[in-house]
Ligand binder design. Sequence first.
Ligand SMILES: Cc1cc2nc3c(=O)[nH]c(=O)nc-3n(C[C@H](O)[C@H](O)[C@H](O)COP(=O)(O)O)c2cc1C
Length: 160
Amino acid sequence: MKKEADKTKARIKPMPNTIVSCRKDGHDNALAVGVASVASIDPVMVMIGIIPSRFSYDMVKDTGKFVVNIPTKEFSEKYMYLGTVSGRDEDKLASINTTDADIIDAPILTDCPVNIECSVVDSIQPGSHELFIGKVEKVHCDEEYLTEDNDVKWDEIDLI
Ligand SMILES: Cc1cc2nc3c(=O)[nH]c(=O)nc-3n(C[C@H](O)[C@H](O)[C@H](O)COP(=O)(O)O)c2cc1C
């Protein structure tokens, strides 16, 4: 028998655990983002949701650039740090390894095995989160997780 679940709690699971990194006026930041998904297969696009009160919000909104980093369980402590502390209060990336993205002006978290460089092509705010649609410019992947034809071996990555 079915009963009605509380729709405010019954979100689709599993939610992905991603880290969105961004840069504005030379300042780098990153936050944990669970509202994230594929937005288009052709052209390849992703969607991330950011609440406007986040410090990162203006950075993505104003620059139109972001990187989606996929962390592993080893990174869990840092993931929670990025998801609970604001860049308004601390330089969150001071103790996290980064390098510059290739195509866009934003940092990549090098300890995350997959990093997806994106340029915003559209956004809407139907509710709490502004949904940014990002055209995928380049995907970086640790060599050990790439197949011979450059596909990501998602099953071998110890996702959070
Ligand atoms: C597991 C998890 C998922 C989260 N998902 C989102 C999200 O999808 N969108 C969002 O705006 N904030 C999300 N947050 C909260 C932000 O990561 C958090 O408020 C962060 O401190 C904001 O950083 P900032 O102010 O430096 O941008 C999430 C936090 C956690 C722990």
